[in-house]
Ligand binder design. Structure first.
Ligand code: ADP
Length: 559
């Protein structure tokens, strides 16, 4: 406030008046032709050089229309005549000579430019009675207006307010239109999204359904028709339980409860039934559909994973087969290595002896006794070769199922005693301790083959106890079976080699084996023979503690 003149007090409705003014959104707007025209009309009707449409803002007077005050857009509120006009919204304010009015005599617009003397202002009234500003006419000399001019000023003020109303309404309409357009755009987008989802559901290979929390089907897509073989008409209203094998119902109840409680389940692998009763592997993914924090429905997606599962199973089976094949290959390789070893050693040694002696006989002169001795050596070595070849062929025949046994009732005790006497006679460093149960004597078997087994077990017992010791043979009967054991006090066998020693060409592989000659065929043949008899042959041993070979055969029926 300048010059000490009193500024206008604030009207009692100032707060809501300002809020109303904001709603018109007119402050600082571009010029309005209609309001400019009204100001011109007021100026010419009242014969004043100045006419204004003013709006009283919080601390300024803003001129919306302006005739005669070029260059002025706003003035401070405290210097504004119209700030007084709005104090009496229902009346026009008239100041005939501002220099004689206590309120305005010191006003800078009176003491200086534009030198206001005469002022008449009609308030601009909103429909709910707030005065936003005024339509005023101003002159630089004291004067008055005729009644008609005042009346016209009042009418023009109402026109100005009507223009402001129009502007407000059209802006509100524009705003509402914007909102409507946005709403429409949203709706359109939602519709597109809806159509897109519907198309996805329609074309999906998966069964997509919705159901109530208790499992009653509400919608059923073509994927579900294809997978389950039921149409939507057949399924809507029916409970999902009908599609679940009885042993999976508890699992279904648990899934329904989980989802009804607001949780999601993803890819739970299970089994479902088709309409023709066949079953298929399925993966279930389900989510709750909520309204006001309550699960009102469940979305349920079932994927038929039977093809993938079958492929997985095939793959596992193929892997297992591959594993078996690899194992067979490994064993075949081991056998081949054993075979190469046998050929390399067991064949070469006798052949070298035969070759050496025959060469000597062919090139040197020997006495008759020497010739007989060399010939006997050659015979022994070739017999060894023959045995080896016979063993290999026997084993091959047994393994390929071409070996036939000549079964007859025989006295095992007699057979064992005979073989033991023969074998032990050639082992002077060993003692034989034999104790056979009389009731364990009678078996049905192939005498030659069982002799072969006993010979092998006893020769091993002697061969693998290079330090001598006792070889014990025991037997007893247990129900329908006869048990016979051959124990020695020799080198024993590592736990890791215990099963392997029954394989073809397999030797326990310890360094000591290399000093003891062998082919690794004896036990393989023995086990084959025993198994062809329906019996068992196994070994129990501790390295350094000796070995026991247990032979079990079926007892012959008592006559
Ligand atoms: P070979 O004695 O000709 O090597 P076998 O098939 O009769 O072949 O025996 C296989 C392997 O089992 C032998 O190389 C040996 O390592 C082991 N073995 C067999 N019998 C005994 C035994 N009584 N004590 C220790 N090791 C044995």
């Amino acid at each position: 406030m300048s010059g000490g003149q009193p500024s206008a007090p604030l009207p009692p409705d100032e707060h809501s008046r300002l809020a109303a003014l904001r709603r018109y959104d007119v402050l600082d707007s571009t010029p309005d032709r209609a309001l400019d025209d009204l100001a011109h009309l007021a100026s010419s009707i009242c014969g004043t050089p100045i006419a204004l449409v003013t709006l009283i803002d919080e601390d300024r007077q803003w001129l919306k229309a302006n005739v005669g005050l070029a260059g002025t857009q706003q003035t401070p509120r405290h210097a504004a005549f119209c700030a007084h006009t709005i104090l009496r919204p229902q009346e026009m304010m008239v100041v005939e000579d501002a220099t004689r009015d206590r309120r305005f005599a010191e006003n800078p617009s009176v003491t200086g430019e534009p030198n206001i003397r005469f002022y008449a202002g009609a308030p601009l009234l909103t429909p709910d009675g707030h005065a936003l500003g005024a339509l005023c006419v101003i002159d630089r000399t004291p004067r008055n207006l005729t009644d008609e001019q005042y009346e016209a000023l009042g009418m023009l003020a109402r026109q100005a307010q009507a223009q402001l109303e129009l502007r407000r309404i059209s802006r509100e309409l524009w705003h509402q239109n914007e909102l409507l357009n946005r709403e429409l755009e949203d709706r359109r987008r939602r519709q597109i999204e809806h159509a897109r989802l519907a198309a996805i559901i329609e074309c999906s290979d998966d069964a997509i359904l919705s159901m109530s929390p208790d499992g009653t089907v509400e919608s059923w897509n073509p994927g579900a028709e294809r997978i389950y073989g039921y149409t939507a008409d057949q399924m809507v209203g029916r409970r999902i339980h009908d599609l679940v094998p009885p042993e999976r119902r508890a699992e279904l109840e648990m899934l329904l409860r989980t989802v009804a409680n607001g949780e999601h389940v993803t890819n739970v692998e299970t089994v479902r039934c088709r309409s023709d009763g066949t079953r298929f592997d399925a993966a279930v993914t389900a989510s709750p559909i909520t309204q006001d924090d309550e699960t009102c429905a469940i979305s349920w997606i079932v994927r038929d994973i039977s093809t993938a599962k079958a492929a997985e199973r095939e793959k596992t089976e193929a892997l297992a087969l591959q594993q078996v094949a690899i194992e067979e290959l490994r064993r075949a390789n081991e056998i081949k290595n054993g075979f190469v070893g046998v050929v390399g050693h067991e064949f070469r040694t006798p052949l070298t002896v035969i070759q050496g002696f025959s060469e000597l006989l062919a090139t040197e002169d020997f006495s008759r006794a020497e010739i007989r001795e060399y010939a006997s050596d050659i015979y022994d070595e070739s017999s060894r070769l023959t045995r080896l070849i016979t063993d290999m062929l026997d084993l091959d025949r047994m393994e390929s199922g071409r070996m036939r046994l000549e079964l007859s009732p025989l006295d095992l005790n007699e057979l064992v005693a005979e073989v033991a006497a023969r074998s032990m006679a050639a082992a002077p460093g060993h003692r034989l301790d034999i104790d056979l149960a009389a009731d364990a004597a009678l078996v049905s078997g192939d005498a030659d083959r069982l002799r072969q087994v006993m010979t092998n077990l006893l020769s091993n017992a002697v061969k693998y106890s290079p330090g001598g010791g006792t070889v014990r043979i025991r037997s007893h009967r247990e129900g329908g079976t006869v048990h016979l054991s051959v124990a020695d006090e020799g080198l024993g066998i590592d736990a890791g080699a215990l099963e392997r020693i029954f394989d073809r060409y397999a030797r326990a592989g310890t360094p000591r084996d290399r000093t003891i000659s062998g082919t690794g065929l004896g036990l393989a043949i023995s086990r084959q023979i025993v198994e062809l008899h329906g019996g068992l042959l196994r070994a129990v041993s501790e390295p350094g503690e000796g070995s026991i070979f247990h032979l079990t055969l079926l007892a012959a029926q008592e006559p």
